[in-house]
Design a protein around this ligand. Sequence first.
Ligand code: SF4
Length: 546
Amino acid sequence: MSSAAKKLVNWTPTDIKADMLAKYPPKVARKRASQILINEALGNETPEITANVRTIPGIITMRGCTYAGCKGVILGPTRDIVNITHGPIGCGFYSWLTRRNQTDASAEGAENFMPYCFSTDMQDQDIIFGGEKKLQAAIQEAYDLFHPKAIAVFATCPVGLIGDDIHAVARKMKAKFGDCNVFAFSCEGYKGVSQSAGHHIANNKIFSEVVGENDAEKPGQFKINLLGEYNIGGDGFEIDRILKKCGITNISTFSGNSTYDQFASAHKADLSAVMCHRSINYVADMLETKFGIPWIKVNFIGAKSTAKSLRKIAEYFGDPGLTARVEEVIAEEMPAVDAVVSDVLPRTTGKTAMLFVGGSRAHHYQDLFAEMGMKTVAAGYEFAHRDDYEGRHVIPNLKVDADSRNIEEIEVEADEKRYAPRKTSEEMARLEAAGLKFKEYDGLIPDMDHRTLVVDDLNQYEAEKLVEIMRPDVFCAGIKEKFSIQKLGIPMKQLHSYDSGGPYAGFQGAVNFYHEIDRLVNSRVWSYMKAPWQETPELSATYVWE
Ligand code: SF4
């Protein structure tokens, strides 16, 4: 039966999976089959998916490189560290401001180096004779011009191949300056299978070189760290607004709207709230091991999820005043949200979405779509690991392969002087018995509907195939997918950089999202995608071999 004819009858998920794999050579089909899953999660029984493995050569992946994860995702949103890309100019240029991280540098004396693109701009002779001298000169120049608190150096592929010792250069310059922390990241693009490796390299270094550097007491009664929030389109501003309104102090965000000092003071918080599990859960673990700060999973994407996360934070602190204030804030914010929901619901209910983005966004945004009565029919991550799909209970069974061994694991022990458990074991047990879960994340799969599709590392070909078969009302991914999907007549929403929109987090963000998705899925423009010559071609031809 032809594809076109079959679209008229009901496709089962099994048919769709088979069709996605049909064109592949047998070996490729076998590998991809283990990364495409028909969701049959039941209770605690979660089906196993293959994730965090190399993309098959020749496939056009949606992933980014390790350098992009380190420099672009984690350090990119920090405003007062000078980030120098050591490599040819392309890597620095294309990772410059592309994620629309916003920052607030309005305070007196605040530095903001984010609008600059610093690179050593390596040339052929640097590749042949080595680039260390050039790097040293670049660090010196940045120091002389800006006198920053810190300078970070990022290795790109050619630097790893020729073997420049960027760490030795960084150590030498740090010792020379005395008042500027200089550190380097071995985050060559090829180092891991995706940007996830870059997140790990960045976070390990920030933890070992910066966290704990500032022991000054921070004001505030209820102090938290917000981990894995990158202030895309102003999300972090909206979350900070809500936290402040509740009386909760955000000591450090990793790393939206962040500063060097925020990282240096992270050990002063009493709770870590984890947004993006993939990019940062190990930092939450290390903060607990070294300083005694417990962590919980939160989600500020979706109005109901925001309310739920605020209640979780209040429950942890167990202060009646905070609990009452959180309820007041929710009661104040929700009417505006509810008004927009009831306006858009008649137009959005029953529409469908596909989400292929990030390590957590493909999960978090399902809450927003659910609030609009929309169903997520297929979803998956670009760079997640099995625990992000199936839940943290699989972590002890994760295979350590050559690629994961390539990424340094740092050994963390309790800090002799500063380790202080924030709650006694009895208090923790009481909170757990009351339903507050620590160090827990159940993953994407259990939250998705039965018989929906979960696809890891979706590629260009499969994306087009899925859209052709299932015709979702909106497809969410990144810039690389945007125009090819739109050419198929389906609206495409970028959920890495939000196109030109946002914020979408918190209460006001949810309202923005409802309006925007309502416009996208109900616009008639998508039905005019066929050019006149596609409908009534004047000329037709066949190849000689047809
Ligand atoms: S893969 Fe290598 S060369 Fe390409 S952007 Fe990443 S670091 Fe640069």
